[in-house]
Design a protein around this ligand. Structure first.
Ligand SMILES: NC(=O)c1ccc[n+]([C@@H]2O[C@H](COP(=O)([O-])OP(=O)(O)OC[C@H]3O[C@@H](n4cnc5c(N)ncnc54)[C@H](OP(=O)(O)O)[C@@H]3O)[C@@H](O)[C@H]2O)c1
Length: 248
């Protein structure tokens, strides 16, 4: 089956492309680096020619609700229109566990994206995942100021991006589900400790103070609104195992 992964060069997108290829599918990775820009609606038609399903794993790094909504609305509208023109029969969108409970800041964009997909004409599945183990590394890079790397407080149940990629591949080759089962990792973790443990594996001499970052989204994550409710699909790799696998 020919499947396009938009954002297929990113953290989870690359794993998704790998999982599809392992299963024998023809996976095409789309991103701006490959000439396809969902926000501008450029390069999509040619890139999804002959594609049966699309998996959307695009991302914008921002804490601004306005920037996030603008990016995810524009990208989703362009993707839906291109998918409809190409006769794509399944759009799988990756979202985040708990976005409906905390539709603030960055998550406002993810909610806007979910609404457009659910109201769109292309048969869809929305998969919500908890934060990836890789999230600690992303935070470490983004919240680093010289030797100081802020370690935000938050309650998470992180999952390996590789396991999310495998699940997205599985969902994409099946029938559209609407809201698919959420996916979460095996254990609850404290984000500030995850950042410290990540820094320790790098062996860098840095200071990683715990901080309560401002903003409604971070406040909601501190109170546990990003933890799964109900019975999610469980990833098996713990954060400690993921860190060890990086050292190996
Ligand atoms: N990180 C987490 O913990 C987490 C947890 C649950 C769900 N999610 C969701 O998973 C998705 C992917 O997150 P990630 O952390 O894997 O993202 P990421 O590593 O930042 O990768 C983003 C991907 O999107 C592409 N992209 C960005 N702007 C684009 C545009 N205008 N047109 C086409 N492609 C574009 C990037 O490639 P180019 O730069 O080359 O365009 C890249 O391939 C996001 O929607 C996020 O909300 C993330």
């Amino acid at each position: 089956m020919k499947i396009a992964v938009v954002g297929g060069t990113g953290t989870v997108g690359a794993h998704t492309v790998g999982a599809l290829r392992e299963r024998g599918h023809d996976a095409v990775a789309l991103s701006r680096a490959n000439g396809a820009d969902v926000a501008k609606g450029e390069g999509l038609d040619a890139a999804i020619d002959g594609v049966e399903a699309i998996i959307d794993t695009t991302n914008l790094s921002t804490l601004s609700a306005n920037a996030s909504v603008a990016f995810f609305e524009a990208g989703t509208r362009h993707l839906l229109a291109a998918a409809e023109r190409a006769g794509v029969s399944h759009l799988v969108t990756l979202s985040i566990v708990g976005v409906d409970r905390m539709p603030y800041d960055y998550y406002a964009g993810k909610m806007a994206q979910e609404r457009l997909v659910a109201a769109g004409a292309v048969p869809w599945s929305i998969v919500r995942a908890t934060q990836f183990h890789e999230f600690a590394a992303q935070i470490y890079r983004q919240a680093g100021f010289g030797p100081i790397h802020l370690a935000p407080r938050a309650r998470l149940q992180p999952v390996a991006a590789a396991e999310v990629g495998g699940y997205l591949a599985e969902v994409a080759v099946g029938a559209p589900q609407g809201r698919a089962r959420e996916i979460a990792g095996p254990l609850e973790e404290a984000l500030d400790q995850m950042v410290r443990d990540y820094a320790a594996t790098l062996g860098e001499r840095v200071w990683t103070p715990s901080v309560s970052l401002p903003g409604k989204q971070m406040k909601a994550l501190r109170s546990g609104l990003g933890l799964p409710s109900g019975e999610p699909r469980r990833g098996s790799q713990t954060y400690a195992e993921w860190l060890s696998s990086r050292r190996a």
